[in-house]
Design a protein around this ligand. Structure first.
Ligand code: DLL
Length: 443
């Protein structure tokens, strides 16, 4: 039984004016912000001015949120082409922080924030923490990684905005995590769901669950199921909440689910969501699955118009049992590309290819990624074909090559991998699109 039983649950809403706003009023707010944002990007971001000119659209054509479909899309490739600072709407002196995540090749996907963007980010995460029943008296143990990844910093900013105690553990060293959780009296913890389950089982094995004071888990950054949530909840006696976000939009703090777990509430006053049919980009009706697309309505540093997340979900605009009118996106059913989230890190097969090619001899760019879950943690195995001559060479040379490939891949992907060297022509060739990933996890 969770330490905060559902029947005792009192919905806490940080900003009821916004979170429970009527649809017409919200549309008016979004329209006002969109009109301003479009004028801003047209005047200050060459990329958008050119795209809009090419489409024959002027800022004056955008009179409200209903005109959003007239605007161009933005893709991850556009970010890569304008890397690192080509999409800024302000001079770099106004940028207070950058955060990043994997790109499809060797370069990162980088996002830049002004101080106001950082404040909005913290405020949005604080809305979610409030949704999870937390307040200024809570102690939030953050075991998301700190660094360019937005997880650690995002939860930290949220705890700060809430006035709660942030415990900035970062990831790794499970024993130490459990010791600090107990010693500091953490009342909430934040990490990926797979690590949450790993922690939960470690806590159970160590017999410390009853010595912990945890009430809530803030667990997102990768796809997971309701069954997994229930497992984490039952072992750790907490309520666990799904948190969603992406670095390009604002990291965690784009959407989060409430105690009713009927989808993740999107902070649509800042991040306008569209769910579009990936084939023709027509708008999906509520309940229909499509690609999630976001427009940042008030971002200053790197505003994005109709950013294609490639995440597949559906949206629901009816009012939730918690009273919030913020629309809810459902758990993700997949992506339109072959990106995988492995231990919270985004991995693209193309990154593997770039890294293998950089090695220069010994291995061929024929590879396959196999993702498994062992003891609740993701394990990535990369199968790579080796040049013929290595197989006739001594074992020692083969081992050295394996270690080298492992080190290069770890450096490129940001996660450890198991390397399996295989003989030439072992990996199946494809006549069409190469199948590069086998995902054996049940997500
Ligand atoms: O993963 C931000 C984040 C940090 C969210 C901590 C939640 C908690 P990126 O590294 O840019 O940002 O990866 C974004 O991860 O497009 C999804 O494919 C996936 N993702 C993020 N949250 C969820 C979730 C952070 N709750 C990409 N469920 C996104 C499923 C998720 N997938």
């Amino acid at each position: 039984m969770a330490r905060t039983a559902i029947e005792d649950w009192k919905e806490k809403i940080r900003d009821p004016k916004i979170e429970c706003m009527g649809r017409d009023e919200m549309s008016a707010l979004q329209s006002e912000r969109l009109v301003k944002q479009v004028k801003n990007v047209y005047e200050n971001v060459e990329f958008y001015r050119k795209k809009m000119d090419d489409m024959g659209v002027e800022p004056g054509d955008i009179k409200g949120i209903e005109d959003i479909h007239k605007l161009p899309f933005t893709t991850k490739e556009d970010l890569r082409d304008n890397y690192p600072f080509g999409l800024l709407a302000v001079p770099t002196e106004k940028i207070a922080r950058v955060q990043g995540t994997s790109g499809t090749t060797g370069k990162l996907t980088l996002a830049s924030y002004t101080q106001k963007d950082v404040d909005v980010w913290g405020e949005c995460v604080a809305r979610g923490l409030t949704m999870a029943g937390l307040n200024s008296s809570d102690r939030i143990h953050v075991c998301y990684g700190y660094g360019l990844f937005t997880g650690g910093m995002g939860l930290d900013l949220g705890a700060q905005a809430l006035g709660a105690m942030a415990i900035p553990m970062s990831s790794g060293n499970t024993k130490r995590q459990l010791m600090c959780m107990e010693d500091f009296g953490a009342t909430a913890f934040a990490c990926t769901p797979s690590y949450a389950l790993y922690l939960a089982e470690a806590a159970q094995e160590a017999g410390v669950v009853d010595r912990l004071q945890l009430k809530a888990g803030i667990n997102g950054a990768e796809p997971w199921t309701d069954e997994m949530r229930k497992k984490i909840e039952s072992i750790l006696k907490v309520n666990s909440f799904d948190i969603y976000g992406l670095c390009e939009i604002t990291g965690p703090g784009v959407a989060m689910d409430c105690i009713h777990h009927k989808g993740l509430h999107v902070y649509e006053d800042y991040f306008y969501p569209e769910v579009l049919n990936p084939a023709d980009q027509s708008v999906c009706a509520d309940g229909e699955t499509g690609e999630l697309v976001f427009t940042t309505l008030a971002k200053e540093g790197m505003p994005l118009i109709r950013y294609r997340t490639k995440d597949l979900t559906s949206i629901e605009h009816s009012i939730c049992e918690c009273g919030r009118s913020l629309p809810r996106i459902q758990k993700f059913t997949g992506r339109t590309d072959d990106m995988k989230v492995i231990r919270g890190v985004n991995v693209f097969p193309t990154q593997v290819e770039t890294a293998l090619l950089s090695i220069g001899g010994g291995v061929a760019p024929h590879y396959m990624l196999i993702v498994d879950r062992e003891n609740n943690l993701d394990v990535l195995t990369v199968m790579v074909e080796v040049d013929e001559k290595y197989f006739s060479d001594e074992i020692r040379k083969l081992d050295a090559l394996k270690n080298k490939v492992g080190a290069v891949l770890k450096q490129a992907l940001g996660v450890s991998v198991r390397v399996k060297l295989v003989e030439p022509k072992t990996i199946q060739r494809s006549e069409g699109k190469a199948k590069r990933v086998i995902d054996n996890r049940e997500l």
